[in-house]
Ligand binder design. Structure first.
Ligand code: FPP
Ligand code: MG
Ligand code: MG
Length: 399
């Protein structure tokens, strides 16, 4: 009942509209390079209609967690825990982004950073909730890391469409797409360094590593992938645990850690940081479970990317793993990654015949409930209500 999507009372976009409105333009500046083709490839996925879920969450989390602080403490934080205008100025500086280091930020003293106030867009406060300049930059960094992973993902999955447009690899080839992703990661790292917050840097670096680990776990997606026990029967429980661990790494970590980093930059205490993390983790898990369900239920036209891709890629996601409990014959197909003619079609049919899709939805609902449990422990605010609403809506999304 708690998950029923009532009439929307809050428009999340309206709450963070100006910040979100600057997102694409600011990312464009962060990606500026003296090599025009680098710009073209790195910015390819920013030309279409992205959902911008991750930056939206970072900005709303900034607002929601700011309510745990006295108004006087809602200031940019440097890595020594002090509140400094220079941390904010460094965070939002674009000037030297594509200059050699000797002309850039690193030969400036904190005083010269402080003097760059003309670049400092002030905190935006709505209904007592604050978004700091550093948190706005974090939202951009998060979207850049996510997009870098999509550039690489479409190469790995040999996927030719994304957001109803040709993928970067389809447009520029695999080599350029991989390098474009690398460039995005590099510029995201530079922007992250300029936040001057060691804890935030550690958190975000961890989730980049997790994205890669998740992708490795997906390539080796059952215990039968291990050379030493290829002949052993696959354990359903451990396979499902592996799938959920992979799901955290692949999708949960970036959302969880960026929500936490938002609270870190806001100067929140450990309890609030943990609540932000828990919210993001459970929402991220639900988000990927729904994604894995939509791969079975929605057309490519509606998804804006290939449908039914997972079975073709040899991947057994939640709907198949649940169906396997009802149809043991799926085990052989899962083990051989649906690589025999007709395997993918048979698995798809058994998923539809089983409760696999329903049970995937039930598990996603459970994680949404846990996300709501976490966020409800923050003081009430419009941003909190918007995060709860977004969580509920994630269950009914169609693309
Ligand atoms: C989309 O999954 C892909 C991800 C969520 C993560 C991909 C991560 C990497 C390729 C590791 C490299 C990471 C970085 C930061 C460069 P999907 O293929 O299931 O979804 P799709 O249908 O949207 O393609
Ligand atoms: Mg993919
Ligand atoms: Mg993939």
């Amino acid at each position: 009942q708690r998950l029923v999507d009532d009439e929307p009372v809050i428009d999340p976009i309206a709450l963070v509209g100006p910040d979100l409105g600057e997102l694409k333009g600011n990312i464009g500046k962060l990606l500026s390079s003296q090599h025009p083709f680098v710009n073209t490839v790195a910015q390819h996925y920013f030309s279409g209609q992205g959902k911008h879920i991750r930056p939206l969450l970072v900005l709303l989390m900034a607002q929601a967690t700011s309510m745990t602080l006295p108004a006087t403490q809602r200031q940019p934080h440097a890595n020594d825990g002090t509140t400094t205008a220079s941390a904010a100025a460094a965070a939002i500086d674009f000037q030297s982004i594509d200059q050699p280091i000797s002309f850039g930020l690193f030969n400036m003293t904190p005083t010269s950073l402080f003097n760059q106030q003309q670049h400092y867009t002030p905190n935006r406060t709505r209904g007592g909730c604050t978004v700091l300049p550093t948190q706005r930059r974090l939202a951009e960094i998060t979207e850049m890391i996510h997009t870098a992973s999509l550039l690489h993902d479409d190469v790995i999955d040999a996927s030719l469409t994304r957001r109803n447009l040709p993928s970067a690899n389809a447009s520029f080839g695999n080599k350029m797409a991989v390098l474009g992703g690398d460039f995005l990661l590099a510029r995201a790292s530079l922007a992250l360094a300029r936040l001057r917050n060691g804890e935030c840097m550690e958190i975000m670096a961890t989730c980049i590593a997790n994205l890669v680990e998740g992708e490795f776990m997906q390539l080796k997606n059952t215990s039968s992938d291990r050379d030493d026990d290829a002949k052993q029967p696959v354990q359903k429980k451990s396979t499902f645990d592996h799938y959920m661990d992979k799901t955290y790494m692949k999708t949960g970590s970036l959302i969880a850690q960026s929500c936490k980093a938002s609270a870190v930059l806001g100067g929140c205490d450990d309890r609030v940081k943990t609540l932000a993390f828990e919210f993001g983790k459970h929402l991220g898990l639900a988000f990927q479970l729904i994604d894995d369900m939509l791969d079975f239920t929605v057309s490519a036209a509606d998804l804006g990317k290939p449908a039914g891709a997972d079975l073709k890629l040899g991947l057994a996601t939640a709907p198949v793993l649940f169906a396997w409990e009802e149809y043991p014959e799926l085990e052989d197909l899962i083990k051989r990654k649906f690589n025999k003619k007709g395997d993918a079609e048979k698995a798809r049919r058994l998923v539809y015949q089983s409760n696999g899709l329903k049970r995937t939805m039930t598990l996603a609902e459970k994680h949404c409930e846990l996300a709501i449990d976490a966020i409800q422990q923050l003081p009430p605010s419009d941003a909190q209500a918007a995060l709860i609403q977004l969580t509920k809506k994630s269950l009914t999304r169609k693309s």
